[in-house]
Design a protein around this ligand. Structure first.
Ligand code: BGC
Length: 427
């Protein structure tokens, strides 16, 4: 029982759109106005973090968080094509400076699902000729924030973005087009590799040699729903390859294999300085498509809770390109905070006992926030947010996380206090 963190740094991850609030002219503001958010909640409210960033940073510091993954909102920085809002950049500079003054090290995400409408209207990432717009944003971030930030995530979960927006038809612009889905994955891969090179080049010119760049890679485990069915076994392997493996290999190494397309004729190389893993769950593949296994522990969104999967996915990444591993997202929807302590304990124990070089763990997420289609109804935070009053309250899981950081791990005493007695629902 228990584990030692052995120097692994702990913090939290967030995305600008999910916490900041504001009517910025991005595709999720638009999606809300089209009535597409399940509980009707408005991303313009979210956590009002754009105004409460100081309070949130103070709370992180009080809890002992050492690292923080945060994003910028493209549509704030470039509300109209080619028109840059210096105030927005100044805002992020101030926030990052403040975090650093509290001893919290920032990891900056440049793109996390949301596009300004002007970019969306040009076809976004479906078109190779649109890549320069994204790269111009990257250049701007490094020019104005590069002296403060040494660590970058170029793009968050390109596979999730591509399939939800262009294949499953759930996220804006909700098309169902396999060809465009592959294009988006391929163009985003090009964007990541070019951004990787660009960030390194620019910061080197600025005199820094501590630059670290990667992309946040959403990986799941894939199994056949019926392991005795050979067809389902093949389908599980196929889904895994198409959803995550082909793209991971291309993004990390520049080896483009079917169905990925090398639009920019990029050479093979090594295109990440750390392996950034976002891990949540396991998919069971059957003739009906992708779902979940039966009779397994689940969270409040009915996603399977499968702690060992975090190591299986980290191992896969390490085999593709051996780099230090940062878990850039891991967490769960637990609306009443009745099993999050156990979830945290089991995932971190897996990581700490794995023997893999896991250097960072960014819990998703700090405060409950705007959970895309689920809106405010799905709570993933260590901190409870009352959206009406914007009051933040540390949950039991937040207290556990904080104690774990202070003590460098979990011993029997912490286990008994927080984890023992918590269990998951079986579905
Ligand atoms: C995304 C987050 C999201 C989380 C929980 C990840 O796929 O990067 O934006 O809130 O999962 O659904």
């Amino acid at each position: 029982m228990g584990f030692q963190l052995k120097g692994m740094l702990l913090g939290a991850a967030s995305a600008a759109t999910q916490i900041e609030g504001g009517e910025c002219g991005h595709n999720w503001n638009d999606w809300y106005h089209q009535g597409k958010i399940k509980d009707g909640s408005d991303p313009a409210r979210a956590n009002d973090h754009y105004h409460r960033w100081r309070e949130d940073a103070d709370l992180m510091a009080t809890m002992g968080l050492q690292i923080y993954r945060m994003g910028i909102e493209w549509s704030r920085i470039e509300p109209e094509e080619g028109k840059f809002n210096k105030d927005a950049v100044a805002h992020y500079r101030q926030e990052i400076k403040y975090l650093k003054s509290l001893g919290i090290q920032p990891l900056l995400t440049i793109h996390h699902f949301t596009n300004p409408m002007w970019f969306e209207e040009k076809g976004g990432f479906t078109k190779f000729e649109n890549a320069p717009y994204y790269l111009r944003l990257v250049r701007l971030c490094v020019r104005y924030l590069g002296d403060l930030v040494s660590e970058y995530i170029t793009i968050n979960e390109p596979n999730v973005y591509a399939v939800n927006s262009w294949l499953f038809g759930e996220w804006p612009p909700a098309e169902k087009n396999l060809g465009k889905t592959i294009d988006v994955m391929s163009v985003m891969t090009y964007c990541h590799i070019k951004a990787y090179e660009l960030i390194h080049r620019m910061r080197k010119k600025m005199g820094y040699n501590d630059t670290k760049v990667s992309f946040a890679n959403h990986l799941r485990c894939f199994v056949p729903k019926d392991a005795t069915d050979p067809m389902q076994r093949i389908m599980a392997k196929g889904s895994e390859w198409a959803f995550q493996k082909a793209m991971t290999v291309a993004m990390c190494t520049g080896r483009f294999q079917f169905p990925m397309k090398n639009y920019g004729k990029l050479p093979k190389g090594e295109y990440c300085d750390f392996q950034a893993l976002n891990y949540y769950s396991r998919s069971a593949v059957s003739n009906a498509g992708n779902g979940f296994l039966d009779n397994v522990p689940v969270n409040d969104l009915d996603w399977e809770i499968y702690p060992h999967g975090i190591v299986e996915c980290a191992q896969f990444l390490y085999d593709v390109l051996p780099r230090p591993i940062y878990v850039t997202e891991n967490g769960t929807c637990d609306n009443q905070d009745t099993f999050r302590c156990r979830y945290l304990y089991e995932h971190l124990k897996e990581l700490c006992d794995s023997g893999l070089p896991v250097q960072r763990y960014y819990h998703w997420c700090f405060c409950d926030n705007f959970e895309w289609l689920e809106g405010e109804s799905a709570r993933f935070g260590l901190i409870h947010v009352d959206y009406e009053t914007q009051k933040r309250t540390v949950k039991k899981s937040g207290q556990f996380y904080s104690a774990m950081i202070a003590e460098g791990g979990v011993d029997e005493h912490l286990y008994d206090e927080y984890v023992d007695g918590q269990s998951y629902r079986i579905k």
